[in-house]
Design a protein around this ligand. Sequence first.
Ligand SMILES: *[C@@H]1O[C@H](CO)[C@@H](O)[C@H](O)[C@H]1NC(C)=O
Ligand SMILES: *[C@@H]1O[C@H](CO)[C@@H](O)[C@H](O)[C@H]1NC(C)=O
Length: 248
Amino acid sequence: MRTSPLILALPALATAQQQFPFVDQIKGWFAQASQSITSAVPSAPASIPIPDPIASGAAKIADLKVEHLTLDNHKDVLKPGAATAIPGIEEWMLFVTGGNKTCFGRCERAETAWNEAVPLIATSSTPPSLAKLDCETDGVLCNAWALSPPSVLHILLPQPLADQSLPATTVRYLNLNQTSVTATEIAAIHNQEKYKEVTPYEGFWHPFDGPLVKFGLNVPAGYAIWGFSKVPSWMFMIGVSFLSRSFM
Ligand SMILES: *[C@@H]1O[C@H](CO)[C@@H](O)[C@H](O)[C@H]1NC(C)=O
Ligand SMILES: *[C@@H]1O[C@H](CO)[C@@H](O)[C@H](O)[C@H]1NC(C)=O
């Protein structure tokens, strides 16, 4: 490690400080230099001991892929009996995040927690499939499914029955606390089946079985809401007053 000699030199410099007033300057320079070396060498943090749960899951990390969900691919990715599916009910965890506009820039903690939770979830004996949806780039799908970041959409996708009819899909909306969410908490949704503490959602906006989906209207509705969110409120007010006047 190239940084070590520099760090080892520091105590020596500290003792030398009494004799040489310029040592402070040199120390500052060394600190800066070693910092920039550390950040330039990605392998440096490898010497830091890794906590056990992550280490034990390390071998599996590569296995657990996080699908990037978009408006275009969501029907193919979240399809019962997809090529990746094992027979039976397929469990999915969809992490919903956003950016400055859709999450007011407060999703960073949740993002970090999610990234740390993925290897923890991989240690499970029956890991779910994972996906991620960014409301900043895929606002239409977020609105079509009434999702607000940061949250997790937990999905139990059934296989089609013998007569090709599709049993109901169980979905649960789990909101994450922007300021306090942790990786352990997210991992526990699956690993300790915490999702079971949340009542499945069966309302209007159900992403698979809701009335809007049945009539193919959830995506148009998503576009409409997303569109409204792009219209400045003053323009919206002018439109409303214009409409109401022409009806009166
Ligand atoms: C979000 O906002 C912060 C602060 O206003 C800014 O520094 C950052 O670049 C913005 N990020 C994006 C993706 O626009
Ligand atoms: C989120 O966590 C903070 C800190 O623990 C707490 O004060 C706040 O009430 C929580 N928010 C919600 C919506 O639960």
